[in-house]
Ligand binder design. Structure first.
Ligand code: MN
Length: 498
């Protein structure tokens, strides 16, 4: 399910014909070497493609428009090897619609003190030419990333790789389609939002289907298919009967297997990448989708509970942004549930009724069957686990009535201090940066939700850059956050985004 395109990034070098053909030959040769080494670095998730040096208005315009039209091109990387008069870039940049990276580098790493002359200076003047180019991009108010440093530096290569994932997020955002099989939970504010504005800003298509249409798809799943999937579950996960009769337990699990297959087929047939459910609106479904949704999230679908389509789309987006990442630690919807206020052990227990993605799990994953304590259906089967330690990013996209705001919080995930044998749900436990007190205060001041889209594998920089590219406000809660400064951020946002 988690298949995006075989994206590529174009490497476009700027120059001009003032310095002669030999210089231009060097420019092209140097750019090819850089592209080759970037691709060999193993640090870029997508391929960089060399393009002929851009030296005229016509070629710049043509190249940017070709980039717009090329479905595999997810962005353009620009670099001015020599001086490139920036008025030549205006029309091309005006017409360009994809992510833009300005790689402010130069071919040589060190000044060649013994041999440097004016020819060398004219050929290697990114420090000069990139300022001219940067000026026009700023004057035009175009959103772009600027990365500074020598192209052979791993730090620079990693930053390019990180930006590529943001760029793919920007491109893929407009392909996200969310299926709502229930409305938002009655009277809940924070999961609401303007779906038309979400399509305008993010490109998301958010549609509703009667829950019984998807329930019919579940009913249509054969017994044989269901049994095969239950067998797979029993192979893969620990079965925790906890006193239930094995046959009755297996019957409950089979309900989820049938839901997983029925939902997946329905989503595939109608080309949706994310789904929301609501425990109070289940139609003829026998159980709240628990295990089934957990497995769909693992396959790359976005999910939001209680009709939370913003979280569903964000989880899908973040899964796409981390696609193919080596040693990925996982991405999931989570919900702030309960605090630990003991000094030195502060944090927030993250969970949900059922629906946490097993990609974030550490250690064994078990199936349990327990009452839900909400709604009126039979006890749903769910996957239960604890989560990995380490840094992560928790995001909340909120609709403030006149605009969207993305709240981005760096969090430190920790082991649960003790087992919680009576808690029949998957959990994570984190301390928000800079600490629980300031982090939660800032989150609440920003209007952040209880549901979050969380990933171990993305950074605040990537999520903030994505928000900037979408033209929405991003606020950061991290190690440097103080409430006084954070309130100023919110005040600035209130003025700027009105
Ligand atoms: Mn919830």
């Amino acid at each position: 399910m988690l298949t995006s395109k075989n994206y590529k990034f174009w490497f476009c070098t700027g120059s001009q014909d003032l310095y002669g053909d030999e210089c231009l030959a060097h420019v092209a040769e140097h750019a090819k070497i850089i592209v080759g080494k970037l691709n060999e670095s193993g640090l870029l998730p997508y391929e960089v493609v060399w393009k002929p040096t851009l030296i005229t208005n016509e070629l710049i315009r043509k190249t940017f428009n070709e980039a717009n039209g090329d479905e595999e091109c997810a962005g353009v990387i620009t670099w001015m090897h020599t001086f490139s008069p920036a008025k030549s870039w205006i029309i091309g940049l005006q017409e360009y619609r994809k992510p833009l990276l300005h790689l402010h580098t130069q071919f040589n790493e060190e000044i060649p003190y013994d041999t440097i002359d004016m020819d060398f200076m004219n050929e290697n003047q990114s420090a000069h030419g990139d300022r001219e180019y940067g000026h026009i991009v700023s004057r035009m108010g175009i959103e772009r990333k600027v990365i500074v440093g020598h192209w052979s530096d791993e730090v620079v290569q990693k930053r390019i790789g990180s930006w590529m994932r943001t760029a793919v997020g920007v491109i893929e955002s407009s392909h996200i389609r969310v299926m709502r099989v229930a409305d938002n939970m009655r009277n809940v504010a924070v999961t609401e939002g303007d779906k038309v504005e979400a399509q305008l800003k993010f490109g998301w298509e958010i549609d509703t289907y009667p829950v019984n249409e998807i329930a019919e798809s579940v009913d249509a799943v054969s017994e044989a298919d269901t049994k095969a999937l239950v067998d797979e579950y029993y192979d893969k996960y620990d079965i925790l009967l906890e006193g239930r009769a094995p046959e009755e337990f297996r019957r409950h699990v089979a309900v989820q297997a049938q839901i997983e297959l029925g939902f997946e087929r329905f989503l595939e047939a109608k080309n949706y990448h994310a789904i929301v459910t609501h425990f109070g609106d289940l139609g003829s479904l026998k159980q709240l989708p628990g295990l089934a949704i957990q497995r769909l999230m693992e396959k790359g679908y976005g999910f939001g509970a209680e009709g939370d389509w913003k979280v569903a789309a964000m989880v899908r987006l973040m899964k796409i942004m981390t696609e193919g990442m080596k040693d990925a630690k996982g991405t999931s919807m989570l919900e702030d549930y309960t605090y630990n206020f003991v000094k030195g052990k502060e944090g927030i227990l993250q969970a949900h009724m059922l629906e946490i993605c097993p990609t974030i799990a550490e250690g064994p994953i078990s199936i349990k069957c327990q009452p839900l304590s909400m709604g009126d259906r039979e006890d749903p089967a769910r996957l239960v686990f604890t989560s990995k330690e380490g840094k992560g990013v928790a995001t909340s996209l909120v609709d403030l009535g006149n605009r969207f705001r993305l709240i981005i919080n760096d969090v430190d995930c920790k082991k649960n201090e003790k087992p919680m044998p009576k808690l029949p749900v998957a959990t994570n436990f984190w301390e928000p940066q800079p600490n629980l007190y300031t982090g939660a205060e800032a989150w609440i001041l920003a209007g952040g939700a209880h549901h979050t889209a969380f990933s171990y594998d993305l950074t605040a920089e990537q999520m903030g850059d994505w928000a900037n590219a979408m033209g929405i406000e991003a606020v950061y809660i991290d190690k440097d956050t103080t409430i006084r400064e954070f309130k100023k951020d919110l005040m600035l946002g209130n003025i700027f985004y009105k």
